[in-house]
Structure formats: structure tokens, C-alpha cells
Design a protein. Structure first.
Length: 448
């Protein structure tokens, strides 16, 4: 079935008290809008249309970063949900498949739910849920299997308020029918706005079929405030952690591990407490990430160990059986199989060859204040503790640097490079110096 997505993302989100458009506030390291777009990918849509309003330029940039083929259209005035959906008309001109209308601030509708919604044979299908506390949700008034109308809480009779089947706002219909029904929507309400909730009533008046696809209430969580944003993030984390453990990942203390929307962790990986996975992280099967480590934009291969207290920044590639230890930071670097960077080092803009050892306190001096430069370290090299590698520089295979060296020139294969000032010893000078300092301190004490 041909499908198009229309995602409504025009609201400012006044209760957020933010200059950032509401749909760009992040959940699990990604704007909530990206969550909705990702869920819709299951439908393999021919068209994805994002209806933007407040902060449209920022929304357009964000959309392009994940789906350059998506089209962003502008709702210049926010006149209700039906008016917003109508802005997609030109973008879908000539499209006769199903249109699914989603909301950028309702990020947790599951892909499987969208599949069921889009596959409905009814003329119009609304996504509903059984609410534990219906509160002020719109009620779905059914007649057998047909949805007769959606009634808002304020307009509902006492018997209608007893209904627990509620409206999520999400719906699907053939695109030509959707826009035809929208044209019939009026704005005879207190806000003088045009609402999609009118569509079931209008469709039934034409003798069309209107069905309800049901989902869990948690999928319909809408986000309008910072508190709701935090609750949504917590909901995502709980679900994502449970899925990882079901997939065979060991989380030693699940509640302390923070995941991003796109985090990928393979079976039999071990994740210790207080690990943060930023966007763009893949950890292969059998790898270990030890406590208090932070990973972002990196790839950790099978059998590698990271941490504790390690930081892997974007562009980091760890091959199989690499060891990255405590208080090590790596950025834009490839560490080949079996290499070790065990403690207190910074490796940036670098390549480290297989089975090489990077000693404690090593720094690749990659930045000259204007440009970044690369360090190339060959296979089986041994970099002595507290070595400064001033890039651009190459250390060859089987080469070694002496501890405390400042390496400014290339080191050939198999060579030992020592670059430090010679040690000078002055007999008895330490005692004389201490005596001078103590006498000075005594004089200062008397003077005070």
C-alpha cells in the first residue's frame, strides 16, 4: 500500500518556556520529532511531509539531518490541527495512497501500531486507547465497530464522560479523502480553529466507514512541558533498557545506564553502572564498557574493553580486543586490533596500529590553534609514558619512544626515539635550597 506521512510540528510549546521549537526538544539524545519520523519509517512512505510553524528554519535543518527527502511545509498561522494537515495538500498533489497523520510531540507510537493503522480497510481510521484516567481526553463514541464521532470532554454528556476509549489524535485515510473531509471542517468553536477531530463525524455523515485501531496508552504520551519531557525520557529509557536485556545484553545496574535513540549494543556485551551512550554509538557483541564511561559517535568492536572513566568522542573506531582504560579520551581516532591505551591519555586525530601500547600520560598534540593534524602510530609500537606526540608526526612499526619525550619528528620502523633534556645533578644543592626557603618563611612569620 502506498503511504504518505504528515507530521504536525508547528507548535511553539509555550509551556516549555523555551526559544527552541517544542518538537526539537530532545528525548534520548534526539529531537522528539525524530522519534516520530523513525516510527513512521516502518511504512516505507513515498512522501514524508513535516508541517512546521514556529522555528521553521530550525525544524527544516533538523529534518534534513535525518531524512533529506522529507518535505517541510509552513503553517504560517496556527489555526488548528485540520488547518495544519491541510498545508500538506500541495506536497501530496496527485498522491492517491493512504495518508497517516502523526504529531511531532507524540513520539512513542510504535511502528507496529502504525502498520496496523495504515492497513485498516476503513475509509477513516483513528488511533484510540483505553485510558486509566480519561480526565479531559476526547472520547471515542462507538456504534458497534464503527466510530460515530469524537466528543471533547467539555462537550460530553455525563454518560459520554464514562467512556474510557480516548482519542490520540493520530489518524489515517486515503489522501484525497483526507483533504476533501478537511475542506468540510468548520471553525464554529471557542478558539475559531479547525480540528481533525471533526473528520469521523463528517465521514459518517457521508456513509463512510470509520474504524478505531487501539494501542497502549503509553504510546500516546504527548509532551507539553519540561516535566513531561523528563517523564518521556524516563519512559524511553525504561523500555530501551528492557529491550536490550531481552536481546542478551548485560546491564549490571540498568537504571544507571543512559541510552540514545540510535544506540546499538550486541548480544553478550557487558555494560557496567553509570555509562552514558550519546548519539551514534555501536557496541558489538562481547565488548565491555566499564563504569562511568561516556561514549558518543563511536564504534566498539567485539571483545574490546572501555573504561572505567573513559570518554570516546565522535569518530572513534575501536577494533577487536582493544583496551581503553581509565581517564582516557579518544577522538577521531582508529585504534587497531589488540592495541592498548590503558590510562590517563588523550589520543585525537590519530591512527594506532595493531598490538601497539600507548603509555600513561601520552598526548597526541593535534591542534596548533588553527588546524588539526594527525598522528600515525604503526604496528607493535611502544609509546613511553608521558610522551608528547606533536602532530603531524609518524611513529613506525616496532618503534619506541622514551618516557617523557616530546616527539616532533617522524620515528622510523624499529627505532628508539628519546627527546628530553639531559638530567643535571648538583650535589648538596637540595639541602641548601631547603635551608634558604625555611629561613625565608621564618622571616615572613616574624614580620606578620
Amino acid at each position: 500500500m502506498k503511504t504518505a506521512l504528515i507530521i504536525l510540528a508547528a507548535g511553539k510549546g509555550t509551556r516549555m518556556n523555551s526559544d527552541l521549537p517544542k518538537v526539537l526538544h530532545p528525548i534520548a539524545g534526539a529531537p522528539m520529532l525524530h522519534h516520530a519520523m523513525r516510527a513512521g519509517d516502518i511504512l516505507d512512505p513515498e512522501h514524508t511531509v513535516i508541517v512546521a510553524g514556529y522555528g521553521a528554519e530550525a525544524v527544516t535543518t533538523s529534518v534534513a539531518s535525518v531524512d533529506p527527502g522529507a518535505q517541510v511545509v509552513l503553517q504560517e498561522e496556527q489555526l488548528g490541527t485540520a488547518h495544519a494537515a491541510a498545508q500538506a495538500r500541495d506536497a501530496l498533489a496527485g498522491f492517491d495512497g493512504h495518508a497517516v497523520v502523526l504529531f511531532g510531540d507524540t513520539p512513542f507510537v510504535r511502528p507496529e501500531t502504525l502498520q496496523e493503522l495504515a492497513a485498516s480497510p476503513a475509509d477513516v481510521t483513528v488511533l484510540g486507547f483505553e485510558a486509566a484516567d480519561p480526565a479531559r481526553y476526547g472520547r471515542l463514541v462507538m456504534n458497534g465497530t464503527q466510530l460515530e464521532r469524537i466528543v471533547e470532554f467539555k462537550d460530553a454528556t455525563p454518560s459520554e464522560r464514562e467512556i474510557t476509549l480516548c482519542n490520540s489524535g493520530v489518524l489515517a485515510a486515503p489522501a484525497p479523502l483526507l483533504f476533501d473531509l478537511i475542506d468540510a471542517v468548520g471553525n464554529n468553536n471557542a478558539q475559531n480553529e479547525y480540528y481533525l477531530t471533526e473528520l469521523p463525524r463528517l465521514a459518517r455523515a457521508r456513509g463512510l466507514s470509520v474504524a478505531v485501531t487501539r494501542c497502549d496508552e503509553a504510546e500516546t504520551l504527548g509532551i507539553n512541558s519540561r516535566a513531561e519531557l523528563a517523564a518521556a525520557d524516563a519512559q524511553f529509557q525504561t523500555r530501551a533498557r528492557a529491550q536490550l536485556m531481552d536481546d542478551g545484553v548485560t546491564l549490571v545496574a540498568p537504571d544507571t545506564v543512559y541510552l540514545s535513540l540510535d544506540t546499538i549494543i550486541g548480544r553478550d556485551a557487558l555494560i557496567e553502572p553509570n555509562v552514558v551512550f550519546g548519539p551514534g554509538v555501536t557496541v558489538e557483541s562481547g565488548a565491555t564498557v566499564r563504569a562511568f564511561s561516556h561514549l558518543e559517535g563511536c564504534h566498539v568492536s567485539r571483545g574490546a574493553t572501555v573504561g572505567p572513566y573513559a570518554r570516546l568522542r565522535p569518530g572513534t573506531e575501536l577494533a577487536e580486543d582493544v583496551r581503553v582504560g581509565n581517564f582516557v579520551e579518544i577522538k577521531q581516532a582508529t585504534i587497531a586490533a589488540g592495541a592498548k591505551v590503558n590510562h590517563l591519555s588523550y589520543v585525537g586525530d590519530a591512527t594506532v596500529g595493531p598490538a601497539s601500547n600507548i603509555g600513561a600520560g601520552t598526548i597526541t598534540c593535534n591542534y596548533d590553534g588553527v588546524m588539526k593534524h594527525r598522528t600515525e602510530i604503526g604496528a607493535r609500537a611502544f609509546i613511553g609514558s608521558n610522551t608528547m606526540l606533536v602532530a603531524p608526526v609518524t611513529v613506525g612499526d616496532d618503534a619506541m619512544t622514551g618516557s617523557g619525550s616530546v616527539i616532533t619528528s617522524d620515528v622510523e620502523d624499529g627505532a628508539l626515539a628519546i627527546a628530553r633534556a639531559p638530567q643535571v645533578e648538583k650535589p648538596g644543592m637540595a639541602r641548601k635550597l631547603f635551608e634558604m626557603l625555611k629561613a625565608k618563611k621564618a622571616r615572613q612569620s616574624r614580620g606578620s
